[in-house]
Design a protein around this ligand. Structure first.
Ligand code: BMA
Length: 327
């Protein structure tokens, strides 16, 4: 069985046992949606958000669309990972460069701990054009914004939790300005989080649930066999896009090499809060936390672009499913 590398004990990670008779590799919390659309005083919706263990509790960076439908990022805190208090005020990023720091919009954050810093990557408006913003914090109070990683248009920038080949590493999804009808996952490296290069193709959209476009999800989980990566895939139906999730294992030293990739999805919109909302038929995972002691994994995902759901799997269960159900 695969072993976790650089794992962290998270004894208070939310957990619920797999319901008897459940045939899926991922199962949902009975308390879903755990964060509802009105958890901020002027929110229209709260979804696609990132959570990390922090000093025995949890911190998060949340996507909220307000009642003007502007997208912004907010800090939240929780003792148990289930009950959250989220700031009304959006994060006031501190940025040396006024032009980069000018806030147009920010959405779909990921948070990745590298050494003693927590890095936030998100879809950041640069002159209203989406690209990958990067900031870091040590305390979830002050956030220092760096240069955007790439030119527009790009989304779903997901950092790896340690340097690879001596460089910071990120997957991202170059795209266009709208509700992108295409998109593949690429890998890039940077010596300093400012200059990015060594771009490599990781995975392309294929067929079925991942036939239109794909994009990175949570921070990859390091195992002795490679990087366990949950990602989203999109199908175009006669009624529009459907967002599902799949899993892949990327090579440890050359993460653009895909060792396994699930042919079936691991999660698809099924529950009413995933099927109905501002954008129906969306599950969009941005967080997967693995407890080193038990191998339990808690997945936080946006549901129907409206609320946040919590789901569970295990390292062994997901690795086994992936190995048995790959291309
Ligand atoms: C994508 C992003 C996500 C969103 C999804 C479904 O393009 O905008 O934030 O969850 O579409 O609407």
């Amino acid at each position: 069985m695969a072993k976790l590398i650089n794992g962290q004990s998270v004894p208070n990670l939310p957990w619920e046992e797999k319901p008897a008779g459940c045939r899926d590799v991922i199962w949902r919390s009975k308390n879903n949606p755990i964060i509802t659309r009105d958890a901020i005083s002027n929110s229209n919706s709260i979804f696609n958000s990132a959570i990390v263990p922090f000093n025995g509790e949890f911190k998060g960076v949340f996507r909220s669309d307000d009642t003007t439908r502007r997208q912004s990022l907010h800090v939240g805190r929780s003792k148990n990972g289930v009950d959250w208090e989220i700031d009304d005020e959006k994060i006031p990023f501190i940025c040396e460069d006024e032009e980069i720091g000018h806030f147009y919009f920010g959405y779909d954050p990921r948070v990745c701990k590298i050494d003693d810093k927590y890095y936030v990557t998100w879809c950041n408006g640069y002159h209203w054009k989406p690209t990958i913003g990067i900031a870091y914090t040590t305390d979830f109070e002050k956030f220092y914004q760096l240069e955007n990683a790439f030119l527009p248009f790009n989304r779903n920038g997901v950092l790896f939790p340690r340097k690879i080949n001596g460089n910071y590493a990120m997957i991202s999804r170059p795209s266009d300005n709208g509700h992108t009808p295409f998109g593949d996952i690429y890998y890039s490296e940077s010596p300093d989080l400012t200059f990015w290069g060594k771009h490599r193709l990781v995975m392309e959209a294929t067929e079925g649930w991942q036939g239109t476009k794909i994009g990175g999800g949570p921070t990859p989980i390091e195992t002795d066999e490679g990087w366990l990566t949950i990602y989203h895939g999109v199908l175009t139906s006669c009624n529009g896009f459907t967002y599902c999730a799949g899993a892949a294992l990327l090579d440890k030293d050359q993460p653009w090499k895909v060792l396994y990739r699930t042919k079936p999805y691991i999660m698809s919109p099924r529950e009413i809060y995933e099927l109905a909302g501002d954008v129906p038929n969306v599950v969009f995972p941005c967080t997967a936390i693995c407890d080193a002691d038990t191998g339990r994994i808690a997945i936080y995902y946006g549901a129907a672009d409206t609320v946040i759901g919590l789901a569970y799997t295990t390292l062994d269960g997901l690795m086994d499913f992936m190995k048995k159900n790959s291309y």
